[in-house]
Design a protein around this ligand. Structure first.
Ligand SMILES: Nc1nc2c(ncn2[C@@H]2O[C@H](COP(=O)(O)OP(=O)(O)OP(=O)(O)O)[C@@H](O)[C@H]2O)c(=O)[nH]1
Ligand SMILES: [Zn+2]
Length: 367
């Protein structure tokens, strides 16, 4: 095997990897032309686990450390990276991660709305599955709305998955989203033994999820990279296990990474069971807050397509926030065109739009 000893170079051409993550072909050879491209499945204490030669007989998992030049660049689950050095994937070997390939999408958040530090959640996701429980923990529309803003901003399609419908009827929660073009999946534990899929969660407890509910979410995932996002305890891992059949996987990535060893403290990408190549689901650790400091306030309104038509009647430069005078959105909601949930949705929009104000106040030392 040829070893890459050339250093990484800023002028490296960035090539969009193809779905299978195979080596890019181009006339302008980047540095490290012997590199292989891998898909990052998890990151843990400076160790980057990638799958290479995906969906071929040589598919394997390679653990790598970041080259010094990349020390400041975040590398996250879903990233495609160039790997050199020992890429055999044998036990106790360590490859070198020398380049991050161009990202199709990037899901970001900040700790809160005033925190300028951007945290990269996952790369190259096609879909964001926003997971909330009907109860225990209580669902928060604010979280859903924030996740929707982040998804639209990143160019990722959102889906809403409500778990634990066996505990509480989610109807009231869902009424807020009926006017959106947002796919909704309602999940619950199985009523009878035969109608369930056994799914263990990270806490070791087992839930039997309703087979139809799992199938309903499964129906959206073919050929896509989907990321599960939600507060701790809503049932993300349970659903992911039901979808990936962690126990059933043989030889592939799931068996190698060993779902059981994975702590829920970092994101983990898993191949979907019985699915076309390129179908992945990324489980993320439960998050407490989803700050939107990185999103331009002017773009927040586009995450509210049920309210946005009202802006046609706004005065130029209207910010549609609490201070807006003659904001068209008020009239739109008052006329009932945003449906019964209009007032609640407008309140949610205004809470998000108020965050800029909060950021300024913080800067000025008022908070
Ligand atoms: N009643 C009921 N319990 C569920 C359902 N789905 C998951 N659970 C239970 O909820 C608890 C939390 O599930 P997890 O899958 O660990 O939640 P998580 O979202 O992955 O949590 P973090 O890893 O902390 O982010 C477990 O005890 C599950 O068995 C459901 O539909 N109904
Ligand atoms: Zn307005």
């Amino acid at each position: 095997m040829v070893r890459g000893n050339r250093t990484w170079d800023e002028s490296d051409v960035r090539i969009r990897p193809n779905k299978r993550g195979s080596r890019p072909r181009t006339k302008e050879r980047p540095a490290h032309e012997d590199a292989v491209i891998g898909r990052i499945i998890t990151v843990d204490r400076g160790r980057y686990t990638a799958v290479v030669d995906e969906d071929t007989a040589r598919e394997r998992v390679v653990v790598a450390a970041r080259a010094r030049e990349l020390r400041r660049s975040p590398v996250v689950a879903g990233d495609f990276v160039a790997l050199v050095g020992d890429i055999t994937g044998e036990p106790d070997t360590l490859a070198r991660l020398v380049r991050i390939e161009e990202r199709r999408t990037l899901l970001r958040r900040s700790a809160d709305d005033t925190d300028p530090v951007e945290r990269v959640v996952v790369a190259n996701a096609d879909q964001l599955v926003i997971v909330v429980a009907a109860a225990n923990p209580e669902p928060r529309t604010g979280f859903i709305d924030r996740a929707l803003v982040a998804a639209y901003d990143a160019g990722i399609s959102p889906l809403l998955c409500v778990t634990k419908a066996d505990v509480k009827d989610p109807e009231e929660l869902l009424s807020n989203y009926r006017h959106l073009d947002l796919p909704v999946i309602v999940s619950r534990t199985a009523g009878t033994e035969g109608s369930g899929v056994d799914a263990r969660s990270a806490d070791g407890l087992s839930a039997r999820l309703d087979r139809d509910a799992v199938a309903a979410l499964r129906g959206y995932l073919d050929g896509m990279v989907s990321v599960m996002l939600g507060h701790s305890g809503v049932g993300k891992s349970t659903m992911v296990n039901a979808l990936t059949g962690a126990e059933r996987a043989t030889g592939g990535v799931n068996a190698v990474t060993g779902r059981g060893r994975h702590t829920s403290s970092s994101a983990l990408a898993l191949k979907l069971a019985d699915a076309p190549a390129g179908s992945w689901i990324i489980d993320t650790p439960g998050i407490r807050s989803f700050g939107l400091a990185h999103v331009d306030p002017d773009r927040i309104i586009s995450a509210f397509p049920d309210l946005e038509p009202g802006t046609a009647d706004c005065e130029r430069g209207c910010k549609h926030d609490d201070h807006a005078v003659n904001c068209g959105v008020d009239a739109w909601v008052a006329s009932g065109q945003a449906g019964e949930s209009g007032p609640a949705r407008l309140a949610s929009l205004r809470r998000l739009l108020g965050t800029e104000e909060r950021a300024q106040a913080k800067e000025l030392g008022f908070q």
